[in-house]
Write a protein that binds this ligand. Structure first.
Ligand code: CUA
Length: 359
């Protein structure tokens, strides 16, 4: 059964019972302390609502039967009951103030980052997430963070309003052009956690996915010193195991991530342009998105925005990946970020080979 169906059934079941199954299917895995606090409050509200729903409906049915219209019978005149009135005023008042106080405490924890939080800058753009770390490195699609350390995301957008949502951490905030917003979290579970964009931002909004890659202290050290982390070998997202860092990744053959040596160079290039987020702006079928399509582009003479004509060869593709602003094809915006340092020589060769294969 797919996760989606399991979730749907879970929602229906969750209305009646709170079993481990319904719990797991209705709310994502809680991967932070804030998420756990959030869930406690959520289930408290759920059961208070369920209690009153059942109680009120039962009383309504009972009274409807008991006091239904009967011949020659006049109902008694009721004066009121002071004790009862105090009771149904005081109990709900205590209850709503309790809920307010509880919500306030959790909300405060959720919005106020600890002062020692590690800051990472986030740039949202159609249709990808870019993460810039203090040491100057940057990644696209994958956000690398250490486990058990508070992390604060300082976010802005290059174009329209996006929204950063990490369900397993229960944090969500709009990412707005011209200003900074922020969220924070302290991940407790190493492995992958899905990121969604939850503000409609154009054609590929639904494909604007990302992953939080939570590393152990040791892996974090390795990553910071420049060592490559095999992300696919890390624990999969327990809530969204099938998701990848981008929309076309979902359609990849299952073995693409596991056994790259068995793929041809062009196939590897295809997997790469998906994994690196290139597919957010470039298609392989001739469709025009933010950037030119790869189809039939190799060997073609293209007119640039400064009027010069350039032949698309290996060096032009390399330059366009490492220094995208150098030569912009006429009719396209100069909006691509540099991938210098994010694509190694072997990967470059694979991508070029894949573009060559698209006749
Ligand atoms: Cu970005 Cu929706």
């Amino acid at each position: 059964m797919t996760t989606r169906y399991r979730q749907l059934i879970g929602v229906i079941l969750g209305l009646f019972i709170k079993s481990g199954f319904a719990n797991a299917a209705t709310v994502p895995v809680a991967a932070t302390d804030v998420a756990r606090d959030w869930d406690s409050l959520y289930w408290f509200l759920f059961y208070v609502s369920l209690f009153f729903f059942v109680g009120i409906v039962a009383a309504m049915i009972l009274f409807a039967v008991k006091y239904r219209k009967q011949v020659h019978k006049k109902s008694a005149y009721i004066h009121g009951h002071v004790g009862l009135e105090i009771l149904w005023t005081v109990i709900p008042t205590i209850l709503v103030f309790w809920i307010f106080g509880w919500g306030w405490v959790v909300y405060k924890d959720m919005v106020h980052a600890p002062s020692n939080a590690m800051e990472i800058n986030v740039v949202g753009k159609q249709w990808m997430w870019q993460f810039v770390y203090k040491n100057g490195t940057s990644t696209i699609g994958d956000l690398y963070v250490p486990v058990n350390k508070p992390v604060k995301l300082v976010m802005s957008s290059e174009d329209v309003i996006h929204s950063m949502f990490i369900p397993n951490f229960r944090v969500k905030e709009d990412v707005v052009p011209g200003m900074y917003t922020s969220i924070w979290f302290e991940a407790k579970m190493p492995g992958i956690h899905q990121i969604f964009c939850t503000e409609y931002c154009g054609t590929s909004h639904s494909g604007m996915l990302g992953r939080v890659v939570v590393l152990t202290a040791e892996q974090w050290k390795d990553w910071q010193s420049g060592k490559k982390i095999d992300v696919d070998s890390l624990p999969a997202d327990p809530t969204y195991p099938g998701y990848r860092a981008n929309r076309l990744g979902e359609g990849l053959p299952a073995e693409a991530g596991q056994a790259p040596h068995q793929l041809s160079l062009a196939e590897k290039g295809k997997a790469l342009i998906s994994a690196k987020g290139c597919v957010a702006c470039h298609t392989s079928d001739g469709t025009k998105l933010v950037g030119p399509s790869y189809k039939g582009i190799f060997g073609k003479e293209e007119k640039m925005s400064d009027g010069k004509v350039v032949t698309v060869d290996e060096n032009y593709i390399r330059e366009s990946i490492e220094n995208p602003q150098a030569k912009i094809v006429a009719g396209f915006p100069p909006s691509m970020p540099t991938y210098k340092g994010l694509v190694n020589e072997e990967e470059l060769a694979a991508i070029i080979e894949y573009i060559k294969s698209l006749k």
